[in-house]
Design a protein around this ligand. Structure first.
Ligand SMILES: [Cu+2]
Length: 114
């Protein structure tokens, strides 16, 4: 293998790394809309996700009067049957956060920020 060829290979690998880093950096900061419905102990969809620094608009509807708690961000949604509750926030904490019906500690699903 010639020195020139090895050098070109190294440059190619470096270029790939730069592109990957650029894509990773631009994945946050988008607007993400999550519409979630809760029926009994079922949340649909049950797995929510966003990228770090996305602007998330999270809207819940529920079939009962209950408090829905998003752990980690510690947001509480006071639900009434059929009424929407919305919160818009910046996903500035990464992690795997549980969503539950607070009064009964019923696990509904997760909000992942990656
Ligand atoms: Cu809770």
């Amino acid at each position: 293998m010639s020195r020139l060829f090895r050098c070109l290979l190294a440059l190619g690998a470096a270029a790939v790394l730069v592109v990957v880093a650029a894509c990773g950096g631009s994945s946050g900061g988008s607007k993400v809309t999550l519409n979630v419905s809760v029926s009994g102990s079922q949340m649909t969809p049950s797995q929510l996700s966003a990228h770090l620094n996305d602007e998330v608009t999270l809207t819940f509807t529920a079939d009962k009067a209950e408090e829905i708690h998003l752990h980690g961000y510690d947001y509480k949604f006071a639900m009434k049957p059929g009424e929407k509750q919305t919160k818009t926030f910046k996903a500035d904490k990464s992690g795997h956060f549980q969503i539950e019906i607070e009064d009964t500690s019923t696990a509904l699903g997760f909000f992942d920020v990656v």
